[in-house]
Design a protein around this ligand. Structure first.
Ligand code: PMP
Length: 435
């Protein structure tokens, strides 16, 4: 079955398949951190549906919530009508949101993916401000539909101005740290305030508190506060894309809590649906200029996803899994830094909570001769590490500007012993290639 399924799908599916190419496995059963393939092999899954599975695969509370709906006779599809399941989800979601934000928040169910909620956010701020431009950051990832793409990666669309995202390791200004982040903030200010910059006052600014697909780059808290000041002073709505950072992943329930800022709009998906598709845009009530029908669509709130999502949000909150992600993440980062000391091909280890990245480099090669510049990225080595991990029964994700970052996004429920097993397998894989 295993080989046949792989063969047929690679013949019939679009060449745009990504994960399936790098990970030739056929998952048939899963529980927690573990996936079992059709060939009987077991894997530790640190990809977690691209960071979706806060509680891992098939967590009992999620399964129970879904079963209860199925057994209750509740309708599975009701467009965007009010239902007890939607009521419970909204109540739990608002309970978890930063209080100052939740107090005045409105939610719009989008659907079904993160990129839909990003589109909704763009459309909302454009309607609310009457302006069209958007500010986004280098290395950003917001999704794959047209508007989200404009604000992602290295696309060059005139309607979106791309500004430097602060980073230590490959700081665009070559200094890193707080000073690098402050320079990035000043760059943003100067673009906004220079009438000849070609960037008219935008409808909004969108940022990820930790860039995920961009290579796991946590924004410094001070820079987040600067972005809040800069946008507030110019009445530019600030959109926090917490599609990947949300629901405890970074060590706070929402990553904006680290810096204490209150965004105007939050874009949420992935873990909020408890492994089923669900996406929402949440925003301050005075931005709610939409008239009925202004942002419609058929799939606006999958009832099963709401039930699974309510159970997930409540479980993360009640069991303080954000805190757990914070402490375990700090420990994992420390262990990985030891590994980096041993292997020069690991250029950088970074992350926040259980959103962790290990950047592979070619220590012999620097892109330009600048003093102190980090070595060139090593995407082939990162891909080889991913393959070696898979051979050892560990699933990891790749990301980063040049796909040279091995990413770990384990469920927040991962045990200490499992974390040690993950680290051992990764260290083994690196050792086999670079030892
Ligand atoms: N925003 C961020 C920060 C993401 O990480 C992603 C997905 N990786 C998206 C938006 C898009 O979500 P989706 O893939 O569900 O469309």
């Amino acid at each position: 079955a295993h080989e046949g399924i792989l063969r047929r799908q690679s013949a019939r599916e679009s060449a745009a398949r990504t994960y399936a190419r790098a990970l030739p496995i056929v998952p048939v059963r899963a529980r927690g951190l573990t996936i079992e393939g059709a060939d009987g092999r077991r894997y530790l899954d640190c990809l977690s549906g691209a960071g979706t599975l806060a509680l891992g695969h098939n967590h009992p509370v999620v399964l129970e919530a879904i079963r209860r709906v199925l057994d209750s006779g509740a309708p599975l599809h009701v467009l965007d009508l009010a239902t007890p399941l939607k009521d419970a989800f909204t109540t739990e979601l608002f309970r978890t949101l930063p209080p100052r934000f939740a107090d005045r928040a409105r939610v719009r169910f989008c659907g079904p993916a993160g990129t839909d909620a990003v589109e909704a956010a763009f459309k909302l701020v454009r309607a609310a401000t009457g302006r069209t431009g958007l500010l986004a950051f280098t290395g950003a990832y917001h999704g794959m539909t047209a508007g989200a793409l404009e604000a992602s990666g290295d696309a060059t669309e005139v309607r979106v101005a791309r500004l430097p995202y602060p980073q230590d390791y490959r700081c665009p200004f070559g200094i890193g740290g707080d000073r690098g982040a402050e320079l990035a903030a000043r760059w943003t200010e100067s673009v906004l305030d220079d009438s000849k910059s070609g960037v008219p006052r935008p409808a909004g600014m969108i940022l990820e508190p930790v860039q995920g697909e961009g290579g796991v780059i946590p924004a410094p808290d001070a820079w987040m506060r600067r972005m809040r000041e800069i946008t507030a002073a110019r009445s530019i709505p600030l959109i926090a894309d917490e599609v990947q950072t949300g629901v405890g992943r970074t060590g706070a329930f929402w990553a904006v809590e680290h810096s204490g800022i209150t965004p105007d709009v939050m874009v949420l998906s992935k873990a909020i649906g408890g492994s089923l598709p669900l996406a929402v845009v949440v925003y301050r009530d005075d931005l709610d200029v939409w008239q009925p029908g202004a942002h419609a669509g058929t799939f606006r709130g999958n009832q099963l996803a709401m039930a699974a999502g309510t159970a997930t949000l409540a479980y993360v909150r009640e069991n303080r899994l954000a805190e757990r992600a914070g402490t375990l993440g700090t420990h994992i980062l420390a262990q990985l830094r030891k590994l980096a000391d041993e292997f020069p091909c690991i250029g950088d280890v970074r992350g926040r909570g259980l959103m962790i990245g290990v950047e592979f480099v070619d220590p012999e090669a620097t892109p330009h001769a600048a003093v102190g510049a980090p070595p060139s990225a090593a995407p082939e080595l990162a891909a080889a590490v991913q393959r070696e991990c898979l051979r050892r029964g560990l699933i990891v994700e790749l990301g980063g500007r040049r796909s040279s970052v091995v990413r770990l996004l384990p469920p927040l429920t991962i045990s200490d012993e499992q974390a040690t097993a993950v680290l051992d397998r990764l260290a083994d894989a690196v050792g086999a290639l670079a030892g």
